[in-house]
Design a protein around this ligand. Structure first.
Ligand SMILES: NC(=O)c1ccc[n+]([C@@H]2O[C@H](COP(=O)([O-])OP(=O)(O)OC[C@H]3O[C@@H](n4cnc5c(N)ncnc54)[C@H](O)[C@@H]3O)[C@@H](O)[C@H]2O)c1
Length: 439
């Protein structure tokens, strides 16, 4: 393909050189003349492992060039890639000045070019919605054409790391293509033919958010490891050894486990142990802001669930699921109990059901917990989901028991269903209104 790459910074120049290596004919575009001149001369504009040879080889083969004329670049291209910077503004917000300017230039270029359909592929990191709500309208206005007509649209997040950028380009963890239509997806996939990675298609805004989510998580991992390391050192331990063992667990630790947005954690271990570790740190004179923020973050999720229930402006509330997760009768520190207490205390009418928390069957610590901590529960427990649903206007799904999925047959048009666990991953159940806590 003939590809124009706007923005010859770290991402753009690596993208340009690597795509040329894959066999495309690439033209780099930048507003900084020295970058254009260097690339034209077959010299890299950045210092990065493996890039010098790639640029030199591609330029010598006539597959990599550069220009400061955006219109010429657009006219000749089949695909136009946008890799300009999106730096932080003074208040931390994302500065979209460069991306907006480049959108207008590309639009104008499309307006001047022949009517052949071209692919616009955005690769800069952007807040979700920017491509569709800001970039596309600017390109449409400046070109006089429509997305889906004169140009197709795709957002492709870049996952390369400086220092190993070329290697990362050719073997990224995945190629995420947020495409507006089949044509855009197929063309975008063609751009990356030869790259060793699974191709995943999604919505444009989801692709934009995936990039932020990745960087948030990477940053969080670094701070987590540092704070654990600090705590280890305070106890005379080698943080690297602890982390090495931690990372050996690819079932629960380094895995997709616990990465499902939903309700607060609870139970007999996580709250207790997070509190315990934070106290250990305090006793050692350490401040660990990330670890200290865990309990407040969890409490905020409980308040969020409460706010959703109150926001329905209905008073008769049913709760399905009492224990902190399905398949257990352990009620200790179950976050839904906090929600129930708050609602009962403020005069809401409650009905609750949990197949594992039938009073008669409870023994030992759980029975004691129930009798001492939540004695009012006995009067609001109901024997089946049906009994709860038929007697209430709002049904809160608080754990993922498969039996609650079947209970959806009892929902009517008067029911608001608040799902804290994503019990229906596909289509939500038929009811008056369905609300997911974070989806
Ligand atoms: N650097 C990384 O490791 C990395 C990794 C993944 C994603 N990203 C994202 O990719 C984007 C680019 O990052 P970068 O580090 O390459 O930025 P950069 O600042 O190194 O380069 C941006 C380039 O865009 C050029 N530019 C600005 N306006 C232009 C215009 N109208 N026409 C042509 N060129 C123009 C600038 O002159 C500059 O050369 C950012 O959104 C960034 O967040 C960066």
């Amino acid at each position: 393909m003939r590809i124009a790459v706007f923005g010859l910074g770290y991402v753009g120049s690596v993208t340009a050189a690597c795509l040329a290596k894959l066999g495309h004919h690439v033209t780099g575009v930048d507003v900084q003349p020295f970058k254009v001149e260097r690339l034209k001369a077959g010299l890299s504009v950045i210092i990065e492992k493996d890039i010098d040879a790639l640029v030199a080889e591609a330029a010598a083969a006539g597959r990599l060039s550069a220009t400061d004329d955006p219109f010429e670049a657009v006219a000749e291209a089949d695909a136009i890639l946008v890799c300009v910077g999106t730096p932080s503004g003074p208040d931390g917000s994302v500065d979209l000045t460069y991306i907006q300017r480049v959108a207008l230039q590309i639009g104008e270029g499309l307006g001047k070019a022949d009517g052949r359909r071209r692919l616009l592929m955005v690769r800069s990191t952007l807040p979700p919605g920017t491509t569709e709500k800001i970039i596309v309208p600017l390109v449409e206005r400046a070109s006089g054409g429509k997305a889906g007509g004169r140009f197709g649209v795709c957002y492709n997040p870049e996952f390369l790391r400086e220092g190993s950028a070329v290697e990362d380009f050719f073997a990224p963890p995945q190629t995420v293509l947020g495409a507006m239509d089949e044509w855009s997806f197929a063309r975008a996939a063609e751009v990356f033919e030869g790259v060793n990675a699974p191709v995943v298609r999604t919505k444009i805004a989801v692709a934009e958010m995936t990039k932020y989510t990745s960087n948030l998580y990477h940053a969080l991992k670094i701070c987590f490891a540092n704070e654990v390391g600090n705590l280890c050192r305070a106890h005379g331990l080698d943080g690297h050894e602890v982390m090495r063992l931690f990372a050996l667990d690819t079932k629960l630790n380094i895995s997709a486990a616990y990465l499902r947005p939903g309700f607060a954690f609870g139970g007999s271990c996580l709250p207790k142990d997070v509190r315990g570790a934070v106290r250990l740190a305090r006793a050692a004179g350490l401040r660990l802001p990330v670890l200290e923020a865990i309990i407040p973050s969890n409490e905020a999720q409980v308040r969020r669930a409460l706010a959703l229930i109150e926001g329905t402006r209905r008073r008769r509330i049913g709760i399905l699921g009492l224990s902190f997760k399905e398949g257990t009768d352990d009620l200790r520190e179950s976050p839904i109990i906090q929600v129930i207490e708050s609602l009962v205390g403020r005069g809401f009418t409650l009905r609750v059901h949990d197949e594992n928390v039938a009073l008669a069957r409870l023994v030992g610590a759980n029975r004691q917990y129930l009798e001492e901590e939540v004695p009012y529960l006995e009067s609001i427990l109901r024997p089946s989901p049906k009994d709860v649903i038929e007697d209430t206007e709002v049904v809160v799904i608080a754990n993922a028991s498969p039996r609650f999925r079947e209970a959806a047959a009892h929902f009517g048009p008067g029911h608001v269903v608040i799902d804290l666990v994503r019990l229906w991953p596909g289509a939500p159940p038929a009811c008056g209104e369905y609300i997911g806590i974070c989806w």
